[in-house]
Design a protein around this ligand. Structure first.
Ligand SMILES: Cc1ncc(COP(=O)(O)O)c(C=O)c1O
Length: 389
């Protein structure tokens, strides 16, 4: 599991290699985090840089990545900066603007299949054949922690209550949630055998779910994650295994029901919350939350090139459950309209996957409470602006 300490370690590891991105006050209670100004055009550069650096010296064959486009761009950028070769597998449907930029960054680009999952399969084969190190686009602790560093910047830069985050494979939302997570403040966590320390460690601590917290921590984590007996009982003495199990699905319905209805509500630091936003056509997180485990979904629509993972990553899913993340769905028309409004009202150009987060506000799918301060993460701009002019 990933916690605030991992995010802080990532921040140190990648310092000087990524941009600290600014925040724009977009309205009385609305803020935009301008992460699309990141190197290579998206937040993925934070996660990829951290993943590569954290995994030690690269093999001679370098790294290989599967991507809808942005993780590949991030990998190509990071590899170029670090002086290692990068092979990037993208679907044949990847936007020309992303493919062209990949070539410019010096990556060896292969287009295969019609969606991310097929590029992923080809990249894994490439890794086995060449000895290149496979770097995951979202389901990797280094990736999640690196992405979370933008959450630390938010905490430094402004007062806010809620962050709206677009979700594909879930590595971004999970990283931000890990950055914002603090000690659990729920009744259950307090009552758990491990007390709030055990529970706190499982969400916010770098030891992650349990770690050396031992049986006490594990029980605390189990109860507060799963709510009811299912997850807690299952957790037994294995802190991380317990939380992992209840969140990851082997506890199945129990884990999921507990997470949804359990009395052990997780409260992130200062009450700050990540709200996930997904296209109706790529609902990886909401389907996983409903099923109690990551499941395959059909992906299509205007944002599929960035949010078109077929299944939420297991680690992001676990963090989403632990932090009681909500997921909202927006339709393609709302995404197109939000992207248009970012251009018309702010002269900001982003890709559709990014506009999804804003669409939750503009479509009214997310209605902030009175006085609630909302940050919209604008996290990628590898797009052709031609249709906005
Ligand atoms: C611009 C943009 N926003 C959001 C996401 C979603 O990130 P994640 O796959 O970590 O959920 C992606 C993923 O590629 C992206 O490119």
């Amino acid at each position: 599991m990933i916690g605030i300490e991992d995010v802080r370690a990532a921040e140190e590891r990648i310092r000087g290699r990524v941009r600290r991105t600014p925040v724009l006050r977009a309205g009385a209670q609305t803020f935009f985090k301008l992460e699309y100004a990141q190197h290579a055009g998206s937040f993925k550069t934070r996660g990829m840089m951290n993943q590569i650096l954290a995994s030690g010296p690269a093999p001679a064959a370098g790294i290989v990545v599967a991507s809808g486009g942005n993780a590949g761009l991030a990998a190509a950028y990071a590899a170029r900066e670090l002086g290692i070769p990068a092979a990037v597998f993208v679907p044949e449907t990847a936007p020309p603007v992303k493919v062209a930029k990949l070539g410019k960054l010096g990556a060896q680009v292969t287009q295969v299949g019609s969606e991310y999952a097929e590029a992923h399969a080809a990249a894994v084969v490439h890794a086995e054949r060449t000895g290149a190190r496979f770097c995951h686009a979202y389901d990797d602790p280094g990736m999640v922690a690196g992405n979370g560093t933008l959450g630390l910047e938010l905490l430094d830069d402004l007062e806010f209550d809620t962050v709206l985050v677009a979700v594909g494979g879930g590595g971004l939302a999970a990283g931000v949630a890990a950055a914002l997570a603090g000690p659990a403040e729920s009744a259950d966590a307090g009552k758990g055998a491990g007390g709030s320390a055990g529970a706190g460690e499982s969400v916010g601590g770098s030891a992650g779910a349990g770690g050396d917290a031992g049986a006490g921590g594990s029980a605390g984590a189990g109860e507060s994650v799963g709510g009811s007996a299912g997850a807690g009982g299952d957790a037994g003495a294995g802190g991380s295994a317990g939380a992992g199990k209840s969140a990851g699905g082997s506890a199945g319905a129990e884990g999921s029901a507990g997470a949804g209805a359990g009395t052990g509500a997780r409260v992130t630091a200062g009450g700050k919350r990540v709200v996930a936003v997904e296209p109706e056509n790529c609902p990886t997180l909401s389907r996983a939350l409903a099923a109690g485990e990551p499941v395959d979904v059909a992906v299509s629509g205007v944002a599929a090139d960035s949010l078109g993972a077929r299944r939420i990553g297991l680690l992001p899913y676990q963090i989403a459950v632990l932090t009681e993340m909500r997921s909202l769905l927006v339709d393609d028309a709302a995404i197109v309209e939000a992207r248009r409004r970012l251009w018309d009202d702010y002269r900001i150009v982003v890709e559709h996957g990014t506009a999804a987060a804003y669409a939750a506000l503009t479509s009214g799918v997310y209605r902030p409470a009175e006085g609630e301060r909302v940050v919209v993460l604008l996290c990628g701009a590898n797009t052709n602006p031609g249709d906005l002019a």
